[in-house]
Ligand binder design. Structure first.
Ligand code: AHG
Ligand code: MN
Ligand code: MN
Ligand code: MN
Length: 301
């Protein structure tokens, strides 16, 4: 006879339980990071639900404004940003917030201030919203250095000083990948429970991969070493098989696949974007933190 545990998971490692476990490694901690992360998780659940009914709830299409990156904002960019700003401020654990969709950093009212700074991309992969392809949210968390005089310096810290980073992918299932500096774990949203359950413990990127991921439409503007590298992926000179190309155009989805299957994801500098298109504070640093925590590498050209 089937035992229930063969069919159902009965000992559920929710994301909250996991973060509390991690916290117990730091006896001095007072649970602030756990509270902050639970507010981020709430934001992710809200966006997951909005993404699921985007077409039905008239959430596709443009909002009518342009963001500081010069991009036309989608309705879901604006909605997700509002949800995360509210969730982060109301956690009472943040002091400075930086979002892709806000021109200026948000300095939290001193009455609600906490010790964390969060840089985030509320909705990554906006161009994929209207056709139902995977999109995501990216966040990186720093500890404030000087709580008395809070300045922008707090969010201009080196990426390696992050204390936690993660992303949530709204894909065929909703997956949240998190590191608090002690490896990387993946959680899948169980919609019937409304909880993220650990499904990918201790993620390590495979040491070798067969996939490269890049927008090759930009090739004419690449520098020679980049062009040569990609050429070698297609025409290897060492007798190995050519690599497969996969490119979704949502960094979260492209990085998630790279983390699980191995390989390389790149957005090289080109003549159009001399430092690359991706934004350091809320795209590159958090993803690099996760990649390195998973045993991979992250570098600039
Ligand atoms: P966002 O939707 O947050 O503005 O980010 C888009 C980014 C990133 O998700 C993706 O990797 C990259 O832009 C895709 O750019 P191309 O369309 O130029 O390939
Ligand atoms: Mn954008
Ligand atoms: Mn993005
Ligand atoms: Mn975005």
């Amino acid at each position: 006879m089937d035992h229930a545990a063969d069919t159902f998971r009965t000992d559920l490692m929710t994301i909250t339980r996991h973060v509390l476990n991690e916290q117990s490694r730091h006896p001095e901690s007072r649970g602030d990071l756990t509270i902050l992360l639970s507010h981020i998780v709430l934001g992710c659940k809200f966006v997951a639900s909005a993404v699921n009914k985007a077409g039905l709830a008239k959430l596709t299409g443009l909002a009518g404004e342009t963001n500081v990156q010069g991009e036309e904002q989608k309705k879901l960019d604006v909605l997700s940003n509002e949800v995360f700003v509210n969730a982060l401020v109301s956690s009472g654990r943040t002091c400075v917030l930086v979002s892709e969709e806000d021109e200026k950093a948000t300095f939290v009212d001193p009455k609600l201030r906490g010790k964390y700074c969060v840089c985030f991309d509320p909705l990554d992969g906006s161009s994929n919203i209207d056709c139902g392809v995977s999109i995501g949210t990216i966040f990186g968390i720093y500890m404030i250095k000087n709580q008395d005089t809070v300045t922008l310096e707090e969010v201009l810290q080196p990426g390696k000083d992050m204390i936690a980073a993660g992303y949530c992918m709204y894909g065929s299932s909703c997956t949240l990948v998190l590191s608090t500096g002690n490896g990387v774990n993946g959680f899948t949203l169980d919609p019937s429970l409304g909880e993220f359950i650990m499904t990918h413990p201790d993620i390590k990127i495979p040491p070798k991969g067969k996939i490269y991921s890049v927008n090759e439409g930009n090739a004419k503007n690449w520098d020679t070493p980049t062009a040569k590298y990609v050429e070698k992926c297609k025409y290897p000179t060492d007798g190995s098989s050519p690599k497969s190309l996969r490119y979704i155009g949502s960094m979260v989805a492209d990085v998630h696949r790279t983390l699980l299957y191995g390989g390389i994801f790149l957005y090289p500098a080109d003549k159009k974007s001399p430092s690359g298109k991706l934004r350091v504070m809320y795209e590159v640093f958090p993803m690099s933190f996760l990649m390195e925590e998973a045993g991979g590498q992250s570098f600039t050209g």
